[in-house]
Design a protein around this ligand. Structure first.
Ligand code: JFZ
Length: 453
């Protein structure tokens, strides 16, 4: 085949893969260099020692599991526009349907989430075993979900609700030892002429963009970092047009006002504290710190037509898989226009919480094990203990490949009496007898107290 034809075909295939996103404008993970592939530069923008960084991220490494909340006026249309179901992500409806700002901002006047209960949301997160919450303070639609003085396009000034839910959430988090972070779309803002992303109402210019950054983004960042208590995480997103200088300005504001805050790698060039693989779990883990963010169904923002809920088994096994590779799991809920988390989300999170209540020690603060991959599941490790996560028992004996020596003790993590499990060693490693009655259909966790020899 002629080399030019081959080249054309290769790009045609790639372009076809990108076509839906190109048409929709949504980033296409398949072809956009996912932020996760840009390994976070651990020190370039922070002058701290490795020990100082480790201390700053200690809680995050212990936490392993957080709640993502995508909430904005996009929950009012909830995926429908002019009687049509709009395909794609719920929070992208304005972009997908190219809704003019003058039309779209009318949703704010319909937004009155009187059933929002911050204490209940924090209870749901806590009972699921989640240790931090990251909520959209401003998504690409440009609507601030808090009382911003930098823009009247916000939930206090532009809705009948006339209340600041982030104040409530910050108070509820403080009351319950839940750390709170903010997602902030610093570059895309489909409401603002100078911002990136709205090519159907506006024409982009660098000067107007810098004006938008200085007049809206930087003031709002300062509001969020000074008016809602300690901010644990700043979750920037889609850094189009962000130059190293522009990104450094934002990171410098965070460092100035919330020096202990952890920043993801999506502020722009120059990286951040951690990588952000989205809707996927890296095959073998990835360089540096990282956090997989994922939806419970297929959309971040609420869509009434999206009923494709992942099972609790899938979600728990995702959490275990991620922890076994050294990552964090940020699992999303999309509240409705009434301010409620969908019942199906609550049900999944409750099931995860039930498993975490019995097995959380095999997740929190763990690191990847030195053992080789095991066919029946995953392995995590912490403080001299190895946690065997048996997803699919091969029989009533569990072969632990690569285990050397004789374990001090072996028991089921959920067994508070630590009844010893029967073991025998072979040339390949350790064999553990797992009684059928003890098998957990989601994940049976066996603790192996490491051998002394
Ligand atoms: C972004 C947002 O556009 C989306 O609405 C949601 O908030 C998600 C958590 O973050 O989605 C992205 C961003 C970047 C890529 C893919 C989806 N990417 O670079 O592949």
């Amino acid at each position: 085949m002629h080399k030019h034809l081959r080249f054309f075909l290769i790009w045609a295939v790639i372009a076809a893969g990108a076509l839906p996103a190109l048409l929709s404008g949504e980033p296409n993970p398949a072809t956009t260099p996912s932020p996760a592939t840009t390994a976070p530069s651990a020190t370039a923008w922070r002058t701290e020692t490795a020990e100082q960084r480790a201390a700053r991220l200690l809680w995050w490494h212990q936490a392993k599991f957080g709640m993502f909340i995508h909430w904005g006026t996009y929950c009012v249309p909830a995926g429908e526009w002019k009687g049509q179901q709009i395909p794609g992500l719920g929070e992208w409806i304005q972009h997908k349907a190219k809704i003019p700002v003058a039309e779209y901002e009318k949703f704010a006047a319909q937004f009155n989430p009187t059933k929002f209960d911050a204490d209940e949301i924090v209870r749901i997160a806590r009972d699921a075993g989640m240790k931090y919450i990251v909520i959209t303070a401003k998504h690409h639609e440009g609507f601030a979900m808090y009382g911003s003085k930098a823009s009247p396009y916000n939930i206090v000034d532009a809705t009948p609700y006339r209340h600041d839910p982030l104040k409530d959430l910050a108070a509820a988090c403080a009351k319950n030892g839940m750390r709170l972070g903010f997602y902030y779309s610093q570059s895309q803002d489909w409401h603002e002429p100078g911002a990136s992303g709205n090519a159907w109402d506006f024409k982009f210019s660098e000067d107007a963009y810098d004006h938008y950054l200085r007049e809206k983004v930087e003031p709002q960042l300062r509001e969020l970092l000074t008016q809602y208590g300690p901010v644990a995480v700043v979750w920037f997103d889609t850094p189009q047009h962000m130059t190293p200088e522009r990104a450094d300005r934002l990171r410098a504001i965070v460092k100035e006002l919330a020096p202990d805050a952890i920043i993801n790698n999506r502020a722009g060039p120059g990286g951040g504290d951690y990588g952000t693989p989205e809707q996927r779990i890296p095959k073998i883990g990835q360089a540096g710190d990282w956090e997989t963010c994922m939806t419970l169904n297929d959309t971040w923002g609420f869509k009434k037509s999206d009923h494709n809920w992942k099972s609790a088994k899938t979600l728990v096994q995702n959490l275990v898989d991620i922890a076994s590779k050294g990552g964090n799991y940020l699992l999303n809920v999309g509240p409705t226009s009434e301010g409620l988390i969908p019942d199906e989300s609550i049900a999944r999170l409750a099931e995860i919480g039930k498993w975490m209540k019995a097995n959380g020690d095999s997740i929190y603060g763990t690191t990847p094990s030195a053992l080789p991959p095991q066919d029946w599941g995953r392995v995590t490790a912490n403080a001299g203990k190895t946690f065997l996560h048996v997803f699919t028992p091969p029989g009533d004996e569990i072969p632990v490949k690569g285990f050397v020596g004789t374990p001090k003790a072996v028991w089921l993590l959920k067994d508070v009496d630590r009844t010893p499990l029967k073991t025998r060693t072979t040339a390949d490693g350790l064999l553990i007898t797992l009684p059928a009655a003890s098998v957990d259909p989601i994940d049976t966790v066996i603790v192996v107290e490491n051998s002394t020899d």
